[in-house]
Design a protein around this ligand. Structure first.
Ligand SMILES: Cc1cc2nc3c(=O)[nH]c(=O)nc-3n(C[C@H](O)[C@H](O)[C@H](O)COP(=O)(O)OP(=O)(O)OC[C@H]3O[C@@H](n4cnc5c(N)ncnc54)[C@H](O)[C@@H]3O)c2cc1C
Length: 175
């Protein structure tokens, strides 16, 4: 929970598109991490390799107009088309969702809105296999927990996973 006063002129939200395992190239365990790196590198290069973020006005994204390209993130943004940085199924997913969002949340698509990215993940693209009673079979004493374990995928599920694993650690200590 953030104690920020949310008093700025902008709000911040992510548009998330589901990536399935068959969207990945290769079926080795690190295929998701490779994909993440590829899009992060492309975004870095597209914005001039100086840590500014690639950004586009939300009306320009579906080709429906133009508007300002400003954002509060530091050190700033560089104009770039997300369609050149993301796989087509992701840009198509966002394009088709925007009119629906705007119908449900009137004003979501405005001249002032800016797409800033690339955000390459919401939860870990890996899962640690070989876990019995919370404990790694190959590395006893290791209790994978939370997002990085690949079994939780959000703030609450990661926190609850932490509680579950804490109980398993206590239980293993007693056994
Ligand atoms: C852009 C984005 C948006 C998201 N939006 C949402 C949302 O709206 N709702 C939601 O429920 N979830 C959201 N999530 C997912 C959520 O943030 C994570 O699932 C959750 O924070 C995972 O909690 P965690 O404690 O398991 O891991 P983390 O919060 O990642 O904590 C892991 C900690 O371990 C530290 N660490 C890593 N390696 C080491 C090391 N070797 N030594 C010591 N420390 C180390 C890290 O610095 C970090 O502090 C979002 C994630 C992202 C990236």
């Amino acid at each position: 929970m953030s104690h920020a006063d949310r008093g700025r002129g902008r709000s911040n939200a992510a548009l998330v598109v589901t990536v399935r395992t068959d969207d990945l190239e290769g079926d080795d365990p690190l295929a998701g991490v490779r994909r993440q790196r590829r899009y992060e590198e492309a975004a870095f290069a597209a914005s001039g390799s100086d840590y500014r973020a690639p950004a586009q006005n939300l009306l320009a994204f579906p080709g429906e107009g133009t508007g300002p390209v400003t954002a509060s993130c530091s050190p700033g943004v560089t104009e770039a088309d997300p369609a050149t940085l993301l796989p087509p199924f992701v840009t198509e997913g966002i394009r088709s969702a925007l009119p629906r969002f705007d119908r449900r949340l009137r004003g979501f698509v405005t001249r002032e809105a800016v797409l800033v990215g690339v955000e390459s993940r919401t939860s870990a693209p890996l899962r640690i296999l070989g876990v019995d009673d919370g404990q790694s079979v190959s590395h006893p004493g290791l209790f994978p927990a939370g997002d990085g374990s690949g079994y939780a995928g959000g703030i609450v599920s990661s926190a609850v996973d932490g509680l579950r694993v804490a109980e398993q650690v206590v239980h293993a200590g007693r056994a």
